[in-house]
Design a protein around this ligand. Structure first.
Ligand SMILES: NC(=O)c1ccc[n+]([C@@H]2O[C@H](COP(=O)([O-])OP(=O)(O)OC[C@H]3O[C@@H](n4cnc5c(N)ncnc54)[C@H](O)[C@@H]3O)[C@@H](O)[C@H]2O)c1
Ligand SMILES: O=c1ccn([C@@H]2O[C@H](COP(=O)(O)OP(=O)(O)O[C@H]3O[C@H](CO)[C@@H](O)[C@H](O)[C@H]3O)[C@@H](O)[C@H]2O)c(=O)[nH]1
Length: 911
């Protein structure tokens, strides 16, 4: 017979332990239930005379009111409760990663140490599969005589906000046990407890490991539905489909069902992310990388959804929210709870702050102290005082929305649906933007009031475009009128913060930077300043450039020039990282440093200059050495990274890190000891030649498994006479001098540098990235240029072959070496016309159609042996030549024809 349970202890008085065991006490008056916790404040709150419970959960206080003091007790005396109980729930928190079960382990050890009689120990916490085994080992190793422990898994499926309802009427209660007679008896004892109110057919009994895994699986499947619908919402936004309609339509299929298909700003809560990551670790430890990647994508999609949402806010508010005020309605991770763990609102507010917006936040349940704690935790490097200057916690939604430029609904609190929106509209700045991250409000009604409504998933991109145009046209005339005054005002501001003749202190820098931020720079002014770029790239591409973030590692000769040109071209977010200071000798190549900047941090010097050039630019100056161990965070949010580092090991680490994390990176190779700008070029790292730094980086990366896929700027120049200078004593004082070397052979020496060269490298990087951001990439940058000798040889080969075919020695051809260069490098990009279009070992050009004369549109590039084969097959001494289309496959014919069309365009351009 199964043992009768009369006393239960629950370790952990949190969101699960509290409501679950309170309901057990309510439904089983014959059982004494004691909920214990180490956190005294929490227990005091559970015991508070006026029922100010530590968690907000509809219906919970009613349950506690009925049972507390009768058969429900809350206590900090963990040991006493363990000793008394026959059945112990372990309902402690289980944060992510390997350390996640440490609280479970601690609680288990506690049980082992205290218990003097047999116990049924129940895992209520969500744990990785086979945690019960570790618990058993701990319990058995420490057990006393006549003391047996049976372990059960009884995962909890309640959702916050509906916990009481879920506990009263669970879909199922799952109990896992070892399939031994003792295990089954323990399982029956727990089943009996639930049977007091849960129908028997809803109590499922399974094996221990199945039960543990089922909990992770259930959450993974639920979260996967949200990520799936959120991924579809992105498609809706691009196509004009409506995600609510899509969800409704697919939910009608009984196999899919209507629940958990609400597109949102991203799921939050303490469970989903943690439990999926647990499943990912489990898959990895079972050596199932594909399975791990599959589940990881659910979390990644969620991150993407949050990022996408904040980007949408910035884009819609005319590409900048600097100085603008945004109301965030809702801070809890979902409605009807005060829980904020992993709430999407935290990420959104963090993003808004990093864009220098001002935020008003309101949540009907979340404590103010909790909001400050979460925001501080999200940005640990930013002092709380600074956060408090930019965030205001309002006491009502109305107060939060007063005077704001936009409202963001982050939590689906019902009361937000029923706000007096007409009143709110009146108090807001116009246009009154409303971003409904929960698709909560009545879109039609609010649009009629005048709101510019942008949901997570309606055809917002189209709406935004229309808005931008109408807004701009409407106010263009007035704005034009003020343009001149605005410029004057701006210039006056600059003067006030401008250079003085004395040496500047870091305090001066900060002051001038912050005051220059305070001036709102009109969108019209920005467009005027970027007019030539708009003309070059078009509206759409410029929107992409302006909303992008570039991280530049290295603020020296290369990085500073790249930063300047990116900012001048409209990039609005630049993070620049360097640990060094400006020295007098930096001035020969630095883009922004002046005499008064000597001694200043390089990154600050760049920041200061960029802000003077471009008022839209937000610079994050990070005065630190980039290290692979900790540098990941610094690359977060980057659309592109520029490697402008001169230290080879850090360079390799950065490139490898970017490669492994699929972060786009552009690298600068060696600019030292060179002077010929015509030999500087952009290519994939795998195509670099004659550059010793590139060779060394290439070799080290290859050892790390990275062969290609990194665009670089480098020079093919082979310096004739490089004079290395000895390293000055002060550099040795800094230690680790070996790390200073640009490349192996040049360690601990100073490489002579001609100033313009690093500048050109930096400008190459900026140009390449701008075209990429604009989605108008430089089409196939030449792998190699300045190959005069090669062109001469190819010309000679062609002359030789044509002479042989004609049966007489020709002196010249109707094309010259420049034409060869054009055909080979510009038209054929240095590659053969034959798939897979390799760079030929011995590139050769050959007449394509022998019926026609030699012209640049009748020559093709082949590997030497293919060219010979071609001539042999097509040429006929009688003049009855064979049509090349009859001997070459379709792909080759098409390539040659495309190149011929391009050749015609070149001719039209040149003539
Ligand atoms: N929150 C949910 O909606 C939910 C739903 C189902 C399952 N779960 C799972 O339930 C578990 C608990 O989650 P939660 O949200 O209740 O966490 P929580 O942080 O709200 O509560 C855990 C409590 O355990 C206490 N605790 C930790 N170690 C202790 C010890 N050795 N002795 C006494 N008290 C100790 C902590 O002080 C804390 O008050 C987790 O594994 C979670 O994944 C949570
Ligand atoms: O269609 C939907 C449903 C939910 N969410 C969001 O998803 C998150 C999680 O919601 P929900 O699952 O309702 O709350 P939780 O309290 O996290 O509950 C989940 O996690 C618990 C802990 O493991 C499990 O017990 C529950 O069964 C499981 O639903 C919240 O941010 C919701 O806003 C959506 O965006 N769209």
């Amino acid at each position: 017979m199964s043992p009768k349970v009369t006393k239960i202890c629950c370790i952990g008085a949190g969101y699960v332990g509290g409501p679950t065991c309170a309901v057990i006490a309510l439904k089983c008056p014959h059982i004494k239930v004691t909920i214990v916790d180490l956190n005294k404040a929490r227990i005091d709150a559970w015991n508070s005379p006026d029922f100010k419970l530590p968690i907000y959960e509809p219906g919970l206080d009613e349950v506690v009111r009925q049972a507390r003091g009768r058969n429900l007790f809350f206590s900090t005396d963990v040991d006493k409760a363990i000793e008394e109980a026959e059945l112990i729930f372990v309902s402690v928190n289980t944060p992510t990663k390997k350390s996640g079960v440490r609280y479970v382990e601690r609680a288990t050890r506690n049980i082992a140490n205290i218990a003097t009689s047999s116990k049924i120990v129940v895992e209520k916490s969500t744990v990785p599969c086979r945690t019960a085994e570790s618990m058993r080992t701990i319990l058995e190793a420490n057990s006393k005589p006549n003391c047996r422990f049976d372990i059960l898994s009884n995962p909890e499926f309640l959702a916050e906000g509906t916990a009481i309802q879920d506990l009263f009427k669970p879909d199922r209660v799952l109990i896992g046990s070892l399939q031994t007679p003792e295990g089954i008896r323990a399982c029956e004892a727990l089943s009996e407890v639930y049977a007091n109110w849960v129908p028997k057919d809803r109590i499922l009994t399974v094996g221990l490991w199945s039960s543990e895994l089922s909990k992770l699986a259930a959450n993974a499947m639920l979260a996967q539905r949200i990520s799936s619908i959120n991924a579809l919402s992105a498609i809706c936004e691009s196509t004009g489909a409506n995600i609510d309609e899509v969800a409704h339509a697919i939910g009608y299929d009984t196999r899919i069902g209507p629940k958990f298909l609400k597109a949102s700003v991203g799921f939050g809560g303490s469970c989903f992310q943690k439990d999926i990551l647990n499943l990912v670790y489990l898959s990895e430890s079972c050596h199932l990388p594909e399975v791990a990647a599959y589940w990881r994508q659910v979390v990644e999609m969620n991150e993407y959804q949050k990022r996408r949402f904040s980007k949408r806010v910035v884009d819609t508010l005319f590409n900048t929210i600097t100085g603008k005020r945004i109301a965030v309605l809702g801070f809890a991770f979902k409605a009807d709870t005060g829980d904020t763990r992993e709430s999407a609102a935290i990420t959104l507010i963090k993003d808004f702050l990093s864009e220098r917006a001002l935020v008003n936040v309101f949540d009907p349940q979340v404590e103010h102290s909790q909001i400050w704690m979460d925001l501080q935790e999200a940005s640990p490097l930013v002092p709380l005082d600074h956060i408090k200057k930019h965030v205001t916690i309002a006491s009502s939604a109305l107060e939060a929305c007063k005077g704001v430029d936009a409202i963001v609904i982050a939590t689906e609190w019902k009361e937000f649906k029923e706000l007096d929106w007409e009143q709110l509209y009146k108090t807001m700045n116009k246009p009154a933007f409303l971003f409904d991250g929960r698709l909560l409000v009545d879109a039609q009604k609010l649009t009629q009031i005048g709101f510019k409504l942008i949901g997570t998933a309606i055809a917002a991109s189209l709406a935004t475009a229309t808005l931008l145009v109408s807004h701009n046209t409407l106010s263009k005339r007035q704005r034009r009128k003020h343009l001149e005054e605005d410029i004057k005002r701006s210039l006056a501001e600059f003067d006030a913060t401008g250079e003085s003749s004395r040496l500047r202190t870091p305090e001066d820098e900060d002051e001038s930077l912050s005051s220059s931020y305070s001036v709102a720079y009109d969108e019209e002014l920005i467009r005027e300043q970027l007019a030539r770029n708009y003309a070059f790239f078009t509206e759409e591409s410029m929107a992409k450039i302006r909303s992008s973030r570039v991280v530049i590692v290295g603020a020296g000769g290369v990085g500073s020039w790249a930063a300047v040109m990116l900012a001048r071209s409209g990039v609005s977010k630049i993070r620049i990282i360097d640990f060094d200071q400006v020295t007098l000798s930096s001035l020969n190549r630095h883009a922004t440093a002046g005499l008064t900047d000597v001694g200043m941090k390089k990154v600050k010097c760049v920041e200061k200059a960029l802000k003077k050039m471009c008022r839209w630019v937000q610079v994050e100056a990070v005065n630190d050495l980039w290290r692979k161990e900790t540098g990941g965070d610094l690359l977060e949010g980057a659309d592109w990274v520029i490697d402008a580092i001169d230290n080879i090991q850090t360079k390799v680490d950065l490139l490898k890190y970017c490669h492994d994390h699929s972060i786009k990176v552009f690298s600068s190779m060696g600019a030292g000891a060179k002077c010929d700008p015509t030999r500087i070029q952009i290519s994939d790292i795998s195509y670099t030649v004659y550059d010793p730094l590139a060779r060394s980086v290439r070799r080290r990366l290859r050892l790390l498994g990275v062969n290609n896929g990194i665009p670089v700027v480098y020079s093919t120049e082979v310096p004739g006479d490089v004079k290395l200078l000895p390293l000055p004593e002060e550099e040795f004082q800094k230690g680790a001098v070996k790390e200073l070397g640009a490349f192996d052979d040049f360690r601990v020496r100073i490489l002579p540098v001609l100033g313009p060269l690093p500048a050109i490298f930096g400008l190459n990087a900026a140009t390449y990235i701008l075209c990429e951001l604009a989605e108008k990439p430089i089409f196939n940058p030449l792998p190699i240029k300045n190959r005069r000798k090669l062109y001469e040889r190819m010309y000679r080969d062609l002359l030789h072959r044509e002479s042989k075919l004609a049966g007489e020695q020709l002196n010249r051809l109707p094309i010259d070496e420049d034409d060869v260069g054009l055909i080979f490098d510009d038209l054929y990009r240095g590659r053969s016309a034959v798939p897979p279009y390799d760079v030929p070992q011995r590139p050769t050009i050959v007449r394509w159609d022998f019926h026609k004369p030699i012209t640049i549109d009748n020559l093709a590039v082949f590997e030497f042996k293919d060219a010979e084969k071609h001539a042999k097959a097509c040429w006929s001494a009688t003049g009855d030549h064979v049509d090349p289309d009859s001997i070459w496959e379709e792909a080759v014919q098409q390539t040659v024809k495309r190149r011929a069309v391009e050749a015609q365009k070149v001719l039209d351009w040149v003539m």
